[in-house]
Design a protein around this ligand. Structure first.
Ligand code: FES
Length: 569
């Protein structure tokens, strides 16, 4: 066993090198026996007070450590850059790939035999999984868990209410003071957003991929069972090292198909598409946009906001992801292996549902519309995405006049202008918010309804952009248009007054112009260059791929393994 542990290439050495590797560890009060052949387990921690969703992770890491010690391993906690969705500017997505590099290189460069990834706020999950996949040593994910449901004036609230409150305030139905009071009512406990936003979607994604122990997705952060899960995960990773069970053994094509099926049934975030594509490309599984359209027969089973009524806390009490996956048993690859070393079916076959209003049966679904639909056409040759369960049925087939915003600044300047020539049948188009155009592809795709229409009571319109939408957002919103405007996609040549046709059931997004007119306009285009000549943003903007490929950087795809090529010691 000793010889097989990569940590022995450090701590097992004799002479000067071994002296150095061990001696400096001992300055932390570590007894010699801890470094004499135990599996060394890294705990990759995204704790940060600037990432409030992950601010409890040092405590969670302690539970992981207890489990690692219990199973005979030796834990070493290390930090990586953290990504807090609410504070980071211009958008946390700009740094997802940077964090993945941090994670990959931190794991490879250090004497680690296995790794526990502590993931929470939206981008921290895909970033850590992407990085770990490119090294491919035994890996287990522990999510931080959702907040408790917010309570405001007798109502349950969470992040999706931010959009509702904002529209209510703009329409004069909510005062500044009421809005201020609601802040603390919403975020009354530790944890990430309490709806099926991107963080919860990612927590479900890693569980359905098989990268976590059962029940990881929904245990609230404040529930003591979250710590128990962390403890058990710490114990399990030690055995995974002994069993040589690596991400590439777990993340098969079947595992990705399971994740897509589960995401449809939970009404997961559109961000799921972009992150899953990026993870697949790191681990070497062939996955494409069309794979997300192959689950049209999967209904929405989870009655969770923003597609439904309830919150993650309710989901956990109803049985959580295992209870939902049990309903999907017939359509899942039930023999896909998980971090437990056993088929994924063992995670859910014995589970029970305790609230059928929260988790419906497959035969009587909460909503027949589920999943993420990929729409293609001359306006999105490589595809764009829409979440039917969060959209208005009446707008799923719609033809309207384009009202165009050239970029985010143009949008902000005009959206509430009383002179804006817009009515509820129009299609709002926002350009240059894609991966390259607004480096990082911000979550601005669910543009606000123009104020003058809001005041008329309009609550939804067709909106199209090359940007993303928060997983907590909703509406008939077409996102991730690829190719994006900044690289000369058709989106770039749309003008005010052009006619756009969206037909979700036909999978169509069409600009009603002749090919000749589109070609003519494209020849006259002046594409924006890079925003900056240096640093990470330059690297990102130069190398980021389009949304339909996962918006990873071209040189990061694939894996380099765990071997350190040169050793100066
Ligand atoms: Fe962190 Fe929503 S802000 S999960």
């Amino acid at each position: 066993m000793d010889k097989e542990l990569r940590s022995r290439q450090w701590f097992g050495k004799k002479g000067k090198d071994g002296f150095i590797y061990r001696a400096w560890m001992k300055n932390q009060g570590i007894p010699a026996h801890e470094l004499q052949g135990k599996p060394v387990i890294g705990i990759c921690n995204t704790w940060s007070e600037l990432t409030p969703c992950n601010a409890h992770f040092r405590e969670l890491a302690e539970s992981v450590k207890h489990g690692i010690y219990e199973a005979g391993g030796f834990p070493v906690e290390f930090p990586v850059m953290s990504l807090g969705e609410t504070l980071i500017k211009p958008t946390a997505m700009l740094y997802r790939n940077l964090v993945s590099m941090d994670v990959e290189e931190s794991i490879r460069a250090n004497p680690i035999d296995g790794v526990v990834l502590l993931c929470g706020c939206d981008k921290t999950t895909p970033a850590l999984v992407m990085g770990a996949c490119s090294v491919n040593i035994p890996t287990i994910v522990v999510s931080g868990g959702p907040m408790l449901t917010g309570k405001y004036r007798g109502h349950d609230i969470s992040t999706s209410d931010v959009w509702r409150f904002s529209e209510a305030q703009r329409a004069g139905k909510m005062t500044d003071e009421e809005l201020f009071t609601a802040e603390a009512c919403m975020t009354r406990s530790r944890g990430h957003c309490a709806v099926m936003g991107t963080a919860s979607t990612m927590a479900c994604m890693v569980e359905s991929l098989g990268l976590t122990l059962a029940e990881n997705a929904a245990i609230p952060a404040a529930d003591s069972r979250r710590k128990v899960l962390a403890h058990l995960s710490g114990s399990r990773i030690v055995d995974m090292v002994r069993e040589h069970l690596k991400p590439s053994d777990i993340l098969t094509r079947q595992a990705f198909e399971n994740a897509i099926t589960v995401n449809a049934a939970i009404g997961g975030s559109t961000n799921f598409v972009i992150h899953l594509l990026a993870i697949a490309a790191r681990i070497g599984v062939d996955l494409a946009m069309d794979d997300f359209n192959n689950v049209k027969n999967i209904p929405l089973l989870a009655n969770l906001q923003p597609s439904g009524k309830y919150f993650m806390e309710d989901f956990f009490y109803a049985g959580g992801l295992p209870a939902l996956m049990k309903e999907l048993h017939e359509v899942l690859h039930s023999d896909a292996i998980t971090v437990s070393g056993k088929p994924i079916a063992e995670n859910y076959v014995k589970s029970e549902c305790f609230n059928r209003e929260m988790i419906s049966t497959f035969d009587k679904p909460f909503n027949k519309l589920a999943g993420i639909v990929v729409v293609k056409g001359n306006l999105s040759e490589n595809g764009a995405v829409l979440k039917p369960s969060a959209a208005s049925p009446a707008l799923m087939k719609h033809t309207g006049r384009a009202v165009v915003f050239e970029d985010i600044e143009d949008y902000k300047a005009k959206i509430d202008d009383p002179k804006l020539d817009v009515d509820e049948s129009c299609v709002l188009v926002l350009k240059n918010v894609g991966p390259k155009g607004y480096p990082g592809m911000p979550e601005v795709g669910n543009m606000a309804i123009p104020k003058k229409l809001l005041e008329k009571g309009v609550t939804d319109m067709v909106r199209i952009s090359d940007g993303r939408m928060s997983g907590t957002g909703f509406g008939t919103v077409v996102l991730h248009v690829s190719p994006e405007a900044a690289v000369g996609g058709t989106l770039a040549i749309v003008q005010d007054g052009d006619i756009i046709r969206l037909d979700v059931s036909a999978g169509l997004l069409q600009l009603e112009l002749s090919d000749a007119e589109i070609d003519k306009r494209k020849k006259q285009l002046h594409l924006p260059g890079n925003l900056t000549g240096r640093g990470y943003v330059w690297l990102y903007q130069t190398h980021v791929e389009q949304a339909h490929l996962g918006a990873d950087m071209d040189f990061l795809k694939g894996a380099s393994g765990s071997e350190v090529l040169r050793d100066s010691h």
